[in-house]
Structures are given as C-alpha cells and as structure tokens.
Ligand binder design. Structure first.
Ligand SMILES: Cc1cc2nc3c(=O)[nH]c(=O)nc-3n(C[C@H](O)[C@H](O)[C@H](O)COP(=O)(O)O)c2cc1C
Length: 226
C-alpha cells in the first residue's frame, strides 16, 4: 500500500470481525513497526500481545472493575481538555453516538458503548504498549512510543487489518498485570485493539475531521512566490 494512502485511509475501527489474527501476521506488523525511530535509537518500547482467554480475562476484569466502582486510572496521567480541544472531544462523541443511534439521554446505551471500549472493542487481539520504567520520565521517550504506536497502525493496514488506539483498554493496569504477569519494570502506556474491520459496524463509518494545514502551520523563510 502506498504510504500516503495508508496515512490518509487509516482510521480508528470500533467494530471487528471475530476472525482471529494469526500470530505470524502480528509478528510481521511488529517487525515492520520495530523500524520506528526513537531517541538515540533507545527503542524504549515493549509490546504485550493478548488474545484468546487472556484477552477475555482482561475484558472481564476491566468490566468487573468498572462495575464495582473502581476509578479508572491508567499509568500515564490523563488530563481534562478545555477550549477547542474539549470541543473536538465533544464533537467526536456526538458523531459516534449519532452513527450508533445512541440518544444523549440514553444512559444504558451510553454505558454499554463505554464498556465496549474497555473490552478492546471486542477485537480478536489487543496490543499493550509499554515503556521501560527507567525511561518513562522522559517526554522524548514518550514521543518514541507515539512513533511506534502510529507505525503499528499503518503497518496493520497492509494486512487488511484495522486498529483502534485506546487508553480505555489500559485504564485498569492492575487487571492487565494480574492476567499477563507483566514485569514491574514496564509502565503501561497505551492499548491498541486490532482485527479485521466489520464494514457493517456503524461507528466504523466515522470520518473524523482535521484542521486545515493553514491553521496548524507557520511558514518561515519561504518565498511567497514559490
Ligand atoms: C493516545 C490515543 C488514545 C486514544 N484513546 C481512545 C479511547 O480510549 N477510545 C476510543 O474510542 N478512541 C481512542 N482513540 C482514538 C481517537 O479517538 C482517534 O484517533 C481520533 O478520534 C481520530 O480519529 P481516527 O483515528 O479515526 O483518525 C485514541 C487515540 C489516541 C492517539
């Protein structure tokens, strides 16, 4: 797949077919993504791939934690958004709920949608990206994590797979640690749901908007006539 086409066509999928993703395919994706750049080539990342009963246990653990009133708290702090950023977050939710036919006042359906996120959107596999704790206080190393995160999502497209990057999936790190036995030397950064997309799933029709380039770029030192 052409690289620009991949960048343009990648979008978050929130509905997947049940078809399992072969381990060999995920290996290929991660082999490609391991070429991502990192600060001084430190490669601070680790990836825990979950499927089958392990994924089921994480999903169940997440929902049990939610239902028992445990506050979701990932290992990378989240902050509330304000102004234009908050507005984009609201617009996203409105659009997803519209596509899914969820009314604003329908608490039951909203809760059920939220649970889906905590269940890796029922994808057949999930990736849990971790950073070595000895580097986790470096914002540069977190940039490295972003680089491999996006590269995984792009590489997945080449295999007909779709992804949804999600912090929801890793908001109960105690569950992930209990089920996977993950080393205490790793900090959990982000989850990625991965699978073959369900083309009929309404939220998969979502096309999120972007600000025009003019709004995000300052040109310096360019001749206007060029
Ligand atoms: C760091 C990060 C965390 C995200 N967490 C979630 C999440 O918890 N739930 C969700 O539905 N989408 C999540 N997303 C997906 C974003 O909502 C999505 O990337 C954004 O709306 C742009 O849409 P697109 O990916 O379809 O281009 C996350 C994306 C990123 C980069």
């Amino acid at each position: 797949m052409d690289i620009v086409e991949a960048i343009r066509t990648r979008r978050s999928a929130r509905g997947f077919k049940r078809t399992p993703v072969p381990r060999g395919v995920i290996t290929e994706i991660l082999r490609a993504a391991s070429h991502s750049p990192s600060t001084m080539n430190t490669q601070p990342w680790g990836i825990t791939v979950v499927a089958g009963q392990v994924l089921e246990d994480i999903k169940r653990g997440n929902i049990d934690a939610l239902n028992s009133g445990v506050a979701p708290q990932g290992e990378v702090p989240l902050r509330p958004y304000e102004g234009a950023y908050r507005q984009r977050q609201v617009d996203l939710a409105i659009e997803i709920f519209r596509l899914m036919g969820i009314a604003r006042e329908d608490k039951e359906k909203r809760t059920s949608w939220m649970h889906r996120g905590y269940r890796f959107f029922d994808a057949p596999a999930g990736l849990i990206l971790t950073i070595d704790k000895s580097l986790d206080d470096s914002p540069l190393s977190l940039l490295d994590m972003g680089a491999i995160m996006q590269t995984i999502c792009l590489a997945a497209l080449d295999h007909g797979l779709a992804t949804c990057i999600e912090d929801q999936a890793v908001m109960f790190p105690q569950v992930i640690r209990r089920v996977t036995g993950m080393s205490a030397s790793k900090r959990i950064v982000i989850g990625i749901a991965i699978g073959y997309p369900d083309a009929d799933f309404p939220a998969n029709r979502l096309e999120t908007k972007r600000e025009p380039v003019e709004a995000i770029v300052d040109w310096c030192g360019f001749d206007e006539r060029q």
